[in-house]
Design a protein around this ligand. Structure first.
Ligand code: COA
Ligand code: AMP
Length: 639
């Protein structure tokens, strides 16, 4: 069937379409209902169905005779190690660790926070929680203690799992002091902490609270997968919203398993036994879906890479992994390839490796900018073999899988540079104007998805039904609002242009400028502030801040910048890449008092800008431009 026929069927007969997909996974009990609404009126998929996600990811393959096939390859240039796990070995490790968690009292429905680097134990921990029906919440290792504490207080976990350290290039980052600090800050700290001691640095253990990972395993019996309802939560993944309180995106078991299994063929065109590599971090949704769950559920070998695109040890790292492990499908963020391109513009290092196993390259996390797309096309072209398609696809933490992609396993479409192509089956994507009317082809508007969202998409927010309604469902009745703006062209291609809210994307990491403003506003000298994401060649966007001082306060530009950088680093983390700030006399505002952040963003990247007609005082823009020049912000940066 053609893409168009399949897509139409998914919208016109969603229950028939998704029943057929649900039949492709092993249920303990097949769902009574395919699509229904809960008491809150939220859509739920596969109610009454019973399954276990860890069973689907591991045991099923052993039962089907794939036990000796590789399930996971851990490749760590950061520690110079390589470990391989068959499905059988990984299942046994997971069952054992699940037994260890059980001994700490973890049961179905309990939350477990995982704050870990990219090590096999982190994946084992996620799957062990899934086995018990405990709800994991992975917190990205680059977040500062404050961010971890906020997530602890929202999730109220029974146990926190961590490691003694992470490794950033050659720098060893001690996790234990960060965790201890977060536990001191948290109002609801867990009773138990389990620490994986890594040889690079040993954590100091606190008796009564800290447990050694390996000791826990010594006395554990393997645990069997627990029978769970489709609608039981599998995990919570916190993502940046417009305020300091992150949104806890809830993922259920059934919808997630069905959609991810479906995506492995429809979107990525992979088959069981293929080698699939998502070069991301388990702290992000890409890591959850495409390092851990989808490849394993589909019976692929997944790669867990503890390294960077560059300097581990060089810009040939990606090509090495593809060649060494015969990767068929590679997925990463455009920023990672921009880093490679910066260090090795002619991709000379690629010549050292045979990457003929690679069939398709997928990019997501931010818009695939046309120059990076062109570079990749050229770099991957090889007259002696079929072309490697370079596919941009667009999705969000909230959805868990692609909203728009080139449907490589259904019917590949012509690529339009700058577009993630078409909506995937189940997503009724519309571009709407302020009044909720559909925009004409080529007109920019807000991108919304008509309800119901397909399986895997968030049914609600953790502890936040009202916030879910307000943040996503209230703008356009009957639709989910994505927070992105874009265009649908006359051929139906979607172009995603960027966020319309206070969310920015720094090196593929989603962060909240609203949260940064809240933190900066806490500086004793600051009367008012604006943080906005400006264009950055490597990271896509980076935040910059402008502050207005309280009357009578004196502080130099340099000192203010230094103090604000510290505040963001200490509270959010180094990943925020907040490095530039300036003091201005006033912020540009509309006559009704709204700060014109978009105008500040344009000033940083464009020499000529259209002055908004609603601005209260156009002269302020020139003053801000002068400060940008003085402080080397955006296009005025000297290096
Ligand atoms: N733990 C602790 N610190 C971390 C971290 C982690 N997991 N990840 C990043 N950081 C720190 C870095 O050490 C750096 O600290 P510094 O300012 O003290 O040097 C800071 O956060 C900024 O990190 P980053 O923006 O990643 O810059 P970088 O120079 O370390 O690396 C890239 C640049 C492009 C190589 C890197 O950003 C990258 O690989 N990006 C791809 C991201 C990605 O895959 N996203 C997934 C979305 S699909
Ligand atoms: P996250 O929830 O961290 O995955 O971030 C989701 C946001 O990243 C989206 O709302 C978009 O703004 C942006 N994004 C992700 N992938 C793409 C893409 N392929 N094109 C454009 N923007 C993207």
């Amino acid at each position: 069937m053609s893409y168009l026929n399949i897509y139409q069927k998914s919208l016109e007969q969603p229950e028939i379409f998704w029943r057929e997909q649900a039949e492709k996974i092993k249920w303990y009990e097949f769902p009574e209902k395919i699509l229904s609404q809960d008491e809150q009126g939220f859509y739920r998929w596969f109610s009454g169905g019973k399954l276990n996600t860890s069973y689907l990811a591991l045991d099923v393959h052993i039962e089907e005779g794939r036990g000796a096939q590789l399930a996971m390859i851990y490749d760590s240039p950061s520690t110079n190690s390589l470990e391989k796990y068959t499905f059988l070995e990984l299942r046994d490790e997971v069952a054992k660790f699940a037994g260890g968690l059980k001994n700490l009292g973890v049961e179905k429905g309990d939350r477990v926070i995982i704050y870990m680097p990219m090590v096999p134990e982190a994946v084992i921990a996620m799957l062990a929680c899934a086995r018990l029906g405990a709800v994991h919440s992975v917190v990205f290792g680059g977040f500062a203690p404050n961010e971890l504490a906020v997530r602890i207080d929202d999730a109220k976990p029974k146990v926190l799992l961590t490691a003694s350290c992470g490794i950033e290039f050659t720098r060893v980052i001690e996790y234990k002091p960060l965790v201890d600090h977060a536990l001191e800050m948290a109002k609801f700290p867990p009773q138990n902490t389990v620490i994986l001691q890594r040889p690079q640095i040993l954590a100091k253990m606190k008796s009564g609270q800290d447990h050694d990972w390996k000791e826990l395993l010594k006395i554990a019996d393997p645990a069997e997968p627990v029978n769970l309802y489709s609608t039981d939560p599998l995990y919570i993944l916190y993502t940046s919203g417009t305020t300091g309180l992150p949104k806890g995106v809830v993922r259920d078991n059934g919808g997630h398993a069905v959609a991810l299994k479906y995506s492995m063929k429809a979107v990525y065109n992979t088959d069981p036994g293929d080698v699939f590599w998502a070069g991301s971090d388990i702290g992000w949704v890409v890591g959850h879906s495409y390092i851990v769950y989808a490849p394993l559920i589909h019976g692929c070998t997944t790669i867990l890479y503890e390294g960077k695109p560059v300097r581990t040890p060089d810009a040939g790292a990606f090509w090495r992994i593809i060649a060494e492990h015969k990767v068929n499908t590679f997925f990463t963020a455009p920023t990672a390839f921009r880093a490679v391109k910066k260090e090795d513009p002619e991709a000379k290092l690629k010549k050292k490796y045979d990457i003929s196993s690679l069939q398709t390259l997928f990019l997501a996390g931010e818009r695939l900018d046309p120059p990076t797309y062109e570079w990749l096309k050229e770099t991957l072209s090889d007259a002696s073999r079929p072309e490697v398609p370079v596919i941009d696809h667009w999705w969000q933490t909230e959805t868990g899988w692609a909203i728009c992609s080139n449907p490589m396993g259904i019917e590949p479409q012509l690529v339009k540079n700058g577009s993630p192509t078409f909506p995937m089956p189940g997503y009724n994507v519309q571009v709407l104007d302020e009044k909720g009317e559909k925009c004409k082809p080529g007109e920019t508007g807000n991108i919304a998805i008509h309800l119901p969202l397909p399986p895997s998409c968030l049914p609600t927010l953790w502890n936040g039904d009202e916030r879910f309604r307000e943040s996503y469902l209230s703008q356009y009745p009957g639709y989910y609002f994505t927070g992105d703006e874009g265009i649908k062209d006359e051929d139906g291609y979607i172009f995603v242009m960027g966020r319309v809210d206070d969310v920015i994307n720094v090196a593929g990491h989603r962060l909240s400028t609203g949260e940064m403003e809240e933190l900066i506003a806490g500086h004793p000298a600051v009367a008012e502030c604006a943080v906005t994401g400006i264009d950055d060649e490597l990271r896509g966007q980076v935040p910059v801040g402008f502050v207005v001082l309280k009357d009578g306060t004196q502080i130099s530009q340099d000192r203010m910048q230094k103090e604000l950088v510290e505040i963001i680093r200490n509270n959010i983390g180094a990943v925020a890449c907040f490095k530039r700030a300036g003091i201005v006399k006033r912020l540009p505002k509309t006559r009704s008092g709204k700060i014109l952040r978009k105008t500040i963003r344009k000033l940083a990247s464009e020499f000529e800008i259209v002055v908004p007609p609603t601005i209260d005082d156009p002269l302020i823009l020139e003053e801000i431009r002068e400060i940008m020049k003085e402080r080397g912000i955006g296009q005025y940066a000297t290096s």
